[in-house]
Design a protein around this ligand. Structure first.
Ligand SMILES: [Zn+2]
Length: 240
């Protein structure tokens, strides 16, 4: 962290309430802040996660602050003195959480410019993704907070839904076109326009969602830090 002093500050965020922002330019790999928390045994952690999930669903608040730490303990970051808990998730994150000898540090994943909002991949699994909409605003946003590894799966799921919607729209269009053909002889064409335009739009929308496909490749080039350091994500417990 060193001579530049504190590299971060908290400000209002367009992603979610408060966020953490770069106070200065930050170099790739630089350690920004430790993610502090309370050490809790696994069983306790599971219970807390379940409680929070229920609460989060009610209040629309991202309340899961627990990290997998090691085989015995997890880290509950929901304490007062843990500003790192305000770092938001982004689908195009610029930081990563790294476990170094059972402590978690937030590192810059790339060079970050002063005033950029800091973010990392919360690593949520795909289950209950609907509970965690993502508002990161990045070009690659998949619309929900899920771990990078799960995003191709999520996209497939969403695409499938979009295709079904598009199919329905196309069928509707065909049906109404046939109908129009029948009455075309009698009526002027201008009446048909708004409806056509609308159908066209929904078909187009289904297509654009398919686009971002290149995610996978990053898996290997980021893999190899030292052995003791492992990339970690926040923990997400199953609903019982
Ligand atoms: Zn996003």
């Amino acid at each position: 962290m060193g001579k530049k002093g504190k590299l971060w500050e908290l400000r209002g965020s367009s992603i979610h309430q408060q966020g953490m922002f770069a106070r200065a330019d930050i170099r790739e790999g630089e350690k920004i802040i430790e993610y502090l928390g309370e050490l809790i045994p696994k069983a306790e952690s599971t219970q807390r996660c379940l409680d929070w999930e229920a609460e989060a669903r009610e209040k629309d608040a991202g309340l899961v602050y627990v990290f997998d730490l090691n085989e015995e303990y997890d880290l509950d970051g929901n304490i007062e003195n843990n500003p790192a808990k305000y770092i938001n998730h982004s689908c195009e994150e610029n930081c990563e959480a790294i476990n170094e000898d059972d402590r978690i540090f937030i590192h810059a994943k790339r060079d970050i410019a002063k005033d950029e909002e800091l973010s990392f991949d919360y690593g949520y699994d795909i289950e209950c993704f609907l509970d965690h909409p993502c508002r990161c605003g990045s070009k690659r946003c998949v619309g929900y907070i899920v771990a990078r590894d799960s995003r191709p799966k999520l996209k497939k799921l969403i695409n499938k839904k979009q295709r079904e919607t598009a199919k329905k729209a196309a069928a509707k269009k065909a049906a109404s076109a046939a109908k129009k053909k029948k009455s075309a002889a009698k009526k002027t064409k201008s009446a048909a326009k708004p409806k056509d335009a609308k159908t066209e739009k929904s078909v187009k929308k289904a297509k654009t969602v398919k686009k971002p496909k290149a995610e996978k490749k990053s898996k290997d080039d980021k893999k190899s830090r030292s052995d003791k350091k492992t990339k970690v994500g926040k923990k997400k417990k199953k609903k019982s």
